[in-house]
Design a protein around this ligand. Structure first.
Ligand code: CO
Length: 240
């Protein structure tokens, strides 16, 4: 940018033209992509959208990373209507996050999902950032939840010298902790008091292979919550 342009705060004319054209093309590609998708669906099943519009009854709640490479439906080979989705940076489940809690409450109590899946992925940029001492701005407040996971497991993590392996192990530990966090919520615990068909799972998506690794931390009861996290029913509290 020339000094003249800097002074005026304007973008150089030649660059502005090509930048705007590229921007228009990428935008138009989305609209065209939608058109193509609709045409394909209707060709396969003329009633596709009529049926889809009638309602949803997904059996799965996916809580995953916002990373563009881990879309819930594609990764699990499912279709629209089959997975209720919540995503944020590094798939963190914080008990003060009204957004996550609202999604969880709706999924568990209205949709009556049978599986809640916390899905992390190896090479997660959010987890890598949390492992560093660099400042990234506002997001540092969010990433601090992952730094807390690191502190809980620093004994194990500090022994890993390879940086990639350390990040990937923290990716796994982060998912396990978020599964635990979900199980601590009154939403999940109250559902367990009412029904036996709700499970919380921890998965890692391997971006190199596309394959899912089940971490084997599935919970379907409050039995292993321990400490002060296991909640009595509301009725029990009222008796005191
Ligand atoms: Co990520």
């Amino acid at each position: 940018m020339s000094n003249e342009n800097k002074k005026n705060g304007s973008i150089p004319a030649i660059d502005a033209g090509s930048v705007k054209l590229a921007q228009k093309q990428s935008y138009d590609a989305l609209i065209q992509g939608n058109s193509n998708w609709v045409a394909t669906r209707v060709k396969e099943d003329p009633e596709y959208f009529t049926k889809l519009a009638k309602g949803q009854s997904p059996e799965v709640l996916w809580i995953g990373c916002s990373d563009s490479r881990v879309p819930a439906n594609e990764v699990t080979g499912t279709k629209p209507g089959e997975v209720f989705v919540h995503r944020n940076i590094a798939n963190v489940c914080v008990h003060s996050d009204m957004n996550m809690l609202s999604v969880l409450d709706y999924a568990v109590n209205v949709l009556k999902v049978k599986h809640i899946i916390v899905a992390g992925h190896y090479g997660c940029g959010g987890v890598a950032a949390a492992l560093s001492n660099k400042q990234f701005g506002l997001i540092d407040n969010w990433l601090r939840h992952i730094k807390d996971v690191y502190r809980l497991h620093s004994h194990e993590l500090d022994r890993i010298t390879d940086e990639t392996q350390k990040i990937n192990r923290l990716v796994e530990l982060n998912v396990s902790e978020q599964v635990y966090n979900l199980c601590k919520t009154s939403i999940v615990q109250n559902a367990w008091m009412e029904r036996a068909d709700l499970q919380v799972h921890g998965w890692i998506v391997n971006l190199n292979s596309g394959l899912i690794k089940d971490l084997g931390v599935t919970s379907s009861s409050p039995n292993n919550l321990g400490y002060v996290y296991e909640l009595n029913s509301v009725e029990t509290i009222a008796e005191h």
